[in-house]
Design a protein around this ligand. Structure first.
Ligand SMILES: [Fe+2]
Length: 323
């Protein structure tokens, strides 16, 4: 099987181990689909695409994690997040960002597309083994001797189901991120880069950025990128070329580019793309870039200045411009 670059989250061909979670009252709570499993020490590149169904039983599933970081895009529908004593509405376009020890739960107002990019978190373990068990011993999961705790992630701690909270507007709830409220923003030629979650909020592992691209903006990678990249397109159309393949990613598409693969993008329309794994130290890169441009024009004129800056911060983009 070849390496898959493009994942349309609405195409069920991309749903690995779809699983349905039921509410205690027997209604459907969630259709969870894995798109990509976590890789390496920090389980980066994990991606899931769920539909959370309108919550009819008032069950918050209030819980916390002790290691994992969760970032969820609300891509349709809408829900209320409860976190750190605040409850606020997340409309489509909003992003839920939850860190270790931040207990969280939600009221799902209407059926909601909920797209998750996590790191350091363990998903429900052993899906393949569970499928095999259910095939070989139907009903095994319901037997009293089956250890049900093994079906749930280990980094999951239930809290009291009825937390106390005040209801606030989304902009007063730090759990809710939005492209209109970036932590930092940098204007480039043909694009604006906006920091949505910072490295100091992610245990130093990564940082998440959005880029608003104008039609015609293009970017080209270094010849042999050292680490894999994962992007999420939320608006417009972006043409990707990876090695000898060219394809278009539209909204609700994830693109995963393997390491070593030379690649480039062209915005076919105005578009919005998120660097959801964000290993590049973008914030440091953009800050130092601005500093050099403003304070050291003689260094800015030398290509080696920019080569060194890219190497220093793991930036795999070698060239940008307009087409
Ligand atoms: Fe969680």
């Amino acid at each position: 099987m070849g390496y898959q670059y493009l994942f349309d989250l609405n195409d069920e061909a991309n749903w690995i181990y779809p699983s349905r979670l039921m509410n205690p009252n027997g209604t459907i709570g969630e259709d969870a689909r894995t798109i990509s499993f976590g890789e390496g020490e920090h389980k980066l590149y994990a991606c899931g695409s769920s539909v959370m169904y309108k919550n009819t039983d008032g069950n918050l599933h209030f819980h916390e994690h002790h290691v994992g970081y969760e970032t969820f895009f609300v891509d349709g529908g809408g829900l209320d997040i409860i976190c750190n004593g605040k409850r606020a509405y997340v409309a489509p376009g909003g992003i839920v960002f939850v860190r270790p020890y931040e207990a969280h739960g939600m009221f799902v107002r209407e059926d909601t597309k909920y797209r998750g990019f996590q790191h350091d978190i363990d998903g429900p373990p052993g899906n393949a083994e569970r499928d095999l068990l259910e095939t070989k011993i139907p009903g095994a999961l319901e037997l009293p001797e089956f250890p049900r705790e093994l079906l749930f992630p280990k980094d999951f701690y239930e809290r009291e189901e009825a937390p106390v909270y005040e209801t606030v507007p989304p902009e007063e709830c730090p759990t809710i991120r939005h492209i209109s409220r970036p932590i930092a923003s940098f204007a480039l030629d043909g694009a604006t880069a906006k920091m949505i979650t910072a490295r100091w909020e992610n245990g130093g592992i990564n940082e998440m950025w959005a880029a608003e691209l104008e039609k015609g903006f293009y970017a080209k990678s270094v010849p042999f990128p050292a680490v894999a990249e994962m992007y999420y397109v939320t608006a417009g159309e972006i043409e990707f070329t990876v090695y000898d393949e060219t394809f278009t990613a539209h909204s609700e598409c994830v693109v995963k580019i393997p390491k070593f693969a030379p690649h480039s993008i062209v915005a076919k329309t105005d578009a919005v793309i998120y660097d959801v794994v964000g290993l590049t130290r973008w914030y440091a890169y953009f800050q130092d870039r601005a500093s050099i441009l403003q304070h050291a024009p003689e260094r800015a004129a030398k290509p080696e200045t920019w080569d060194a800056l890219r190497r220093k911060y793991g930036c795999q983009v070698a060239e940008t411009g307009r087409k």
